[in-house]
Design a protein around this ligand. Structure first.
Ligand code: PGA
Length: 249
């Protein structure tokens, strides 16, 4: 089990309208109780005000799914750090594989987004992970090292990481606890090389990829797994709560 404080994130992707979000937050608020696990939701930008209103006065935090590297300007369709802060965000996802895939985001761009987040007082949760083909060819560690490298300019301990093997996202196929543990141990070792002690003491590495109430208790056991980034199962408050409580055990 991880010696760091665990974090569970819910990535709603492009799901839900305001009524769904309100109902979810009400269920979460009443079901959560006292928990030693940090919880963050990543709704679509249109839902941030509803989530903010419904979850104020709770320990739950929220964040954007993306951020533009600049704080303002002519960038149609994008969202800036100050706009996220304006809806009470504490977090932002940077470099989710679906953004890397759909919008061609490079690891260099992801690092500039993480820097923009920090400049605005937001904590970046930076996503990394390999494709099935890359894993089968034995390139997992090279890919992870390449994705981490542009982050080296960021201050130690200023961000967290989500390891999300692309072949496990939304596929129902989860990495085994030992596959995930090996990738997390590699990431931790790389980060300790770059950032030293804070990477050991406080930097969290979440696992993401088909986490469900049924597999959460086993997946949380390896000591380098510091929580989860949950997609599909975070759309249902009961399932999300069950995953949080599996981490709290
Ligand atoms: P999933 O998504 O839990 O539906 O696999 C995880 C993610 O993309 O963050």
């Amino acid at each position: 089990m991880s010696p760091r404080r665990l974090l569970v994130g819910g990535n709603w992707k492009m799901h839900k309208v305001r009524d769904d979000a309100r109902r979810f937050c009400e269920h979460l608020r009443t079901g959560l109780g006292a928990t030693a696990v940090d919880v963050v939701l990543f709704p679509s930008a249109t839902l941030l005000p509803v989530v903010a209103e419904s979850l104020q006065d709770t320990p739950v935090t929220w964040g954007g799914q993306d951020i533009h590297p600049e704080d303002a300007g002519a960038h149609t369709g994008d969202i800036s750090g100050p706009q996220l802060v304006d809806t009470g965000c504490a977090w932002v996802l940077c470099g989710h594989s679906e953004r890397r895939r759909d919008h061609g985001e490079s690891s260099d761009l992801v690092a500039t987004k993480a820097a923009a987040a920090l400049r605005n007082g937001l904590k970046p949760l930076v996503c990394v992970g390999e494709t099935l083909e890359q894993r089968q060819q034995g390139h997992t560690e090279d890919i992870l090292a390449d994705q981490l490298r542009p982050l080296r300019e960021l201050p130690a301990g200023s961000f967290d990481i989500a390891y999300e093997p692309i072949w496990a996202i939304g596929t129902g196929e989860t990495a085994t606890p030992s596959q995930a543990a090996a990738a997390h141990a590699f990431l931790r070792q790389q980060m300790i090389k770059t950032w030293g002690e804070p990477a050991e003491a406080t930097l969290r590495i979440l696992y993401g990829g088909s986490v469900k109430p049924e597999n959460a208790a086993d997946m949380i056991l390896p000591q380098d797994i510091d929580g989860f980034l949950v997609g599909g199962a975070s759309l249902d408050a009961a399932q999300f709560l069950a995953i949080i409580s599996a981490c709290g055990r």
